[in-house]
Ligand binder design. Structure first.
Ligand code: G6P
Length: 616
């Protein structure tokens, strides 16, 4: 949450910083700000409530010169979204300016101590404490900027990624991180440096990137090698990575929203996800993580999946896949619950963390707990080089390219695709998968992208359908077996972007409560494809129909039974039961998208949400 960007170099900083903020707006978008050290040596700070475009309006008639600056797009934690709470925050003397992503938990104590020493606070944020504390330490102990940052951060409890600019020191930016992501890009000849919450604002300028680890600080000084050190000032070897990002993934590519583009990306990115892993010529799945750690993974007595949000739904499908193909018990936990409830973790457990962003605070904490307990930790992550990717023992990237729309779509199908390949490969290694079924799934997986393409052809039909339902205040989503997690995911998509209350339920549970809600106002989405307990789902549909509920059914192509029963249906191609979620979720993504668009809402940046949840 919150996006930060810093630049120091030869170019004008403002376009780089604001361009970077646009790329990071998925992290938060309730206010934004920029600080620039102008060509005349003045520190100019501009802020605005709202999106980055509002900041650009504010800055449009101001002096935006300067080759060094920091910028921020905010997702409010402490203090409402407003100009005064927007970052950057400036120290008492006006010398230091700082942007921050994270939460300072002991900020009240620190603020009171600083107030008692004459410091004044302009905002309601926890962040302002940091910039004042660094200044206090610097002045009272006579320290250099980096030493003051080191000393101040030792007094801080919480999470931070910060960039600090000192107007008296025009050649250096200092940054640091703990539990919040930060990457530094190195320009030609160390003449320029970029600091950001992820690689997306940097990728168009340089491929040479350094990912900071917890409690490391970095000094970016024009014309000098990058220096990374600990809070105790011990040098840390600088590990430069060559990061390739497909920049076309960062643009809407002609679509009105990132979300729609990402839904339509699915056929091609799932090919990327399977490339080199699903080998059609051999009819096999080969995952390097499994090759490298075969013994540890094969001997797992239990797999515990930890994740949040959409990734948790993918985990529920992963559980069914792994239990089916590998005959290993799997538990699926919300990372936020797991981390605090003294879970029993055994050394022969494999803990699997699923995360699109690779930065989710609760999932990271769950990993830490699992590692401390001696479990082997496997990551299923999209963001290359992210904290989760780096804190797991091994893992498999989903490789679906950056996902910008806050509501996850292609990352979900990518996660399910990886979990399918993993279940197949692990099942083969354990000798628990039936050879004929293995071959059939490998073959059918290859058909999935084309089948998704076919569903996407119904986009305008789904758009028309969506117009009927914009009136609704509540929705119910029902599915069973492989399609039960899809019901949860369909409901989550709708509430995230359309602000319509939606519940997902296992269809059979309807009679234990939700049926009381059904009347002619209540749309009920049934995922009723031709798989397990199909007949029972049809009975559930009859129950809703006889109570005048409005049914939308996702059905297998050519299902005349359901077509005769309901007027609103969306057809998906036939597939194997275990692959059903990869198809049945697509119409639900489109339905949520179109309902939100009909309601005139900002689908890519829904209110109150953020893409990367780096606070707990
Ligand atoms: C946020 C996002 C969701 C995502 C969840 C978990 O709530 O808006 O789309 O599913 O975080 O994120 P992760 O990056 O760990 O998958």
């Amino acid at each position: 949450m919150c996006g930060i960007v810093g630049y120091i170099g030869k170019r004008q900083a403002y376009p780089i910083l604001v361009g970077g903020l646009h790329r990071l707006e998925y992290r938060g978008y309730d206010s934004a700000g920029v600080a620039l050290l102008s060509d005349k040596g003045e520190l100019n700070v501009y802020k605005a409530k709202g999106k980055v475009a509002e900041l650009e309006l504010v800055a449009s008639e101001k002096d935006c010169s300067g080759t060094m600056g920091v910028a921020h797009t905010r997702w409010a934690t402490h203090g409402e979204p407003s100009t005064k709470n927007a970052h950057p925050h400036v120290s008492e003397s006006g010398n230091l300016t700082l942007v921050h992503n994270g939460i300072i938990e002991n900020y009240v104590v620190l603020r009171d101590q600083l107030k008692a020493r004459g410091y004044h606070f302009q905002s309601d944020t926890d962040t302002e404490v940091l910039v004042q504390l660094i200044e206090y330490v610097e002045q009272s102990l006579g320290l250099s900027l980096e030493a003051a940052v080191q000393t101040a951060l030792k007094r801080v409890i919480g999470a931070y990624a910060i960039v600090v600019l000192d107007r008296r020191s025009p050649n250096r930016l200092v940054a640091a991180r703990k539990s919040s992501p930060m990457v530094v890009g190195i320009g030609e000849g160390n003449e320029e440096f970029f600091v950001a919450s992820d690689a997306s604002p940097i990728a168009e300028y340089t491929k040479k990137m350094v990912y900071l680890n917890d409690e490391e600080i970095v000094v970016c000084e024009r014309g000098h090698e990058l220096r990374v050190c600990t809070l105790d000032n011990k040098d840390v070897p600088v590990e430069v990575k060559n990061v390739e990002l497909d920049l076309t993934m960062l643009d809407k590519g002609g679509y009105p929203h990132f979300m729609l583009k990402e839904i339509f990306d699915q056929p091609s990115v799932l090919q990327d996800c399977m490339r080199g892993r699903l080998l059609p010529e051999h009819g096999r799945v080969v995952l390097s993580a499994l090759t490298d750690h075969r013994e540890r993974l094969v001997s797992a007595r239990r797999i515990v999946i930890v994740s949040c949000g959409t990734s948790w739904h993918a985990g529920l499908i992963g559980k069914q896949l792994i239990e089916h193909f590998c005959k290993v018990p799997v538990e699926v936990e919300y990372a936020s619950e797991f981390r605090y409830r003294e879970p029993v973790i055994l050394p022969d457990d494999v803990v699997m963390a699923i995360s699109q962003s690779g930065e989710t605070a609760d999932t990271l904490a769950a990993i830490e707990l699992a590692r401390e307990a001696g479990a082997f930790v496997f990551g299923v992550v999209n963001a290359v080089g992210s904290s989760i990717a780096r804190n797991t023992h091994t893992g498999t990237y989903i490789h679906v390219g950056p996902e910008i729309g806050v509501a996850s779509t292609k990352a979900f199908t990518g996660q399910v695709c990886v979990l399918t390949m993993l279940a197949l490969a692990l099942g083969e290694a354990r000798g628990t998968v039936d050879a004929a079924e293995y071959r059939a799934v490998v073959e059918e997986l290859q058909q999935i992208p084309a089948k998704i393409e076919h569903i996407l052809e119904q986009n305008s039909r789904i758009e028309t359908l969506s117009k009927i339902f914009t009136y609704a205040h509540n929705f119910l989503y029902l599915g069973r077996g492989w399609n039960y997690p899809v019901a949860l995911e369909g409901a989550l998509k709708l509430k995230e972007i359309s602000y319509i209350h939606a519940e997902g339920y296992p269809a059979a549970e309807m009679k234990h409560g939700p049926i009381a809600l059904i009347d002619q106002e209540m749309p009920v989405v049934f995922i009723a494809t031709h798989h397990q307990q199909y007949e029972k789902i049809i009975s559930n549909m009859q129950e809703v129909k006889s109570r005048n509920g409005r049914i939308i059914a996702v059905i297998t192509e050519g299902d005349e039974v359901v077509k005769k029963m309901v007027s609103e249906y969306i057809e998906v191609p036939e597939t194997l039961s275990c692959l059903a979620p990869l198809l049945s979720v697509i119409p639900l993504q489109l339905l949520a998208y179109h309902i939100a668009v009909q309601k005139g809402l900002n689908v890519d940046m829904p209110r109150n949400l953020a893409k990367s949840v780096t606070v707990e």
